[in-house]
Write a protein of this length. Sequence first.
Length: 123
Amino acid sequence: MTDEILNIRVLGEISEQLGHDTTQMLLTRYEDEANALMTLLNSQQGKDALVEDLIKDIHKTAGSSAQLGLSAMRHKLNMIEVKVNQQGVGVLWAEIDNLNTLWIDSKDAIRNEGFLGGSKRHV
């Protein structure tokens, strides 16, 4: 399941080119960005926000997800962005539980690769 959530090849290339410490820094920034988005989406402030502002934040995190190899997060956020633009913000609220679960699974996958305080698992 990790391969679906995290493109290990992309993450490996980033780590090889930039080094483990720089990759760790980028993933920590991403974690902060995604945590902020998830906190907003799960709050009353998020429910009261303008849909355009939510879409802007979703789009930004989707782009960061793509750059770092978090394929499932990128796909889910892009799908939500498109469907909200087509069908309205109700789509976002219908997907929030799935998105919350995916974010937890994504953090676990990153940790399993030895980042964000995790240790690389050996298979």
